[in-house]
Write a protein that binds this ligand. Sequence first.
Ligand code: NAD
Length: 295
Amino acid sequence: MSNGVKTLDGVALVTGAGSGIGRQICISYAHAGCRAIALADVNLEGVKETISLIKAQRYSTKTLALEANVADAISVKNMVAQTVKAFGSIDYGSFFDLMPGWYGTDTETGNTAANVAGITTTARVPTAKYPHQEYDKILEINTKGIMICMQEQIQAMQKQTATCTPGIDNPRRAQRGSIINIASVTGFSGLQNMMPYNVSKHAVIGLTKSAAVDHGRDEIRINAVCPGMTETPMVATRTTSIPGKSSGWAVDGNTRQRLALPEEIADVCIFLSGCGASYMSGSSVVVDAGHLAAL
Ligand code: NAD
């Protein structure tokens, strides 16, 4: 490519691929030239729609549709095993012709997984009265689900060869894997009447830091992306279900005065997956047009 867009050449595994941000991450990876993508979701129909959107653009990316529940350890084990079986690895490569003198013009390979699947609260209740059952459900999917996914992804990545030997070739390229967990700006602030979601996203940031510290020496980089409110079906539910709050409420606190587009979140994921982010691990990258800065 000569338009300054990053070119990817590898395999990605994306959970939550059947809707919203996960769907867009898959489309953006395909647009950027990704060789193959395993798309996983509890909603297989949603995954098939995402694949249709990729095929409609005539991208050459191979796709694998996987029905998987991120909160179920056996399902996640199968998801990772099927990805490795179909495509050889959870592999990811990128080169950046935007700044060829900096990154080099050859392909820099790595490995990537994006853990995007998540749910929001259905109840809108203050902490003192929050139903325990819903608390458990949100934490099971949003937090334990990320942990289970990372465990399987890390074990698969540990078996793969690091793409370059540090110190011999360009040390920036020496990575065995890159994992991205989708947290939220609500991982940094309080959130009224949605305590379990708020807790779950704080926890994703903690999980990301612990895993990054534990597996840095395996040459696996692990980062969180923390979106502000983004135009997806999840937010449509949230903004219309809060009494007295219209979607205007959701954009008041940011500098762009609008919700994020899923593409704006996906682009940050592409950067974090590749070797351009070779010195980033354990980070929580906020993508919120200044929403948190303004609090
Ligand atoms: P979405 O509802 O459009 O998509 C979520 C996807 O996750 C759906 O396809 C759903 O089927 C899937 N999913 C749910 N539970 C699952 C499970 N147990 N196993 C596998 N797949 C499952 O939502 P979205 O807005 O695209 O959200 C994606 C992620 O981004 C979530 O983790 C969400 O918390 C986070 N996030 C969203 C926003 C936002 O404003 N939309 C902001 C910050 C963070």
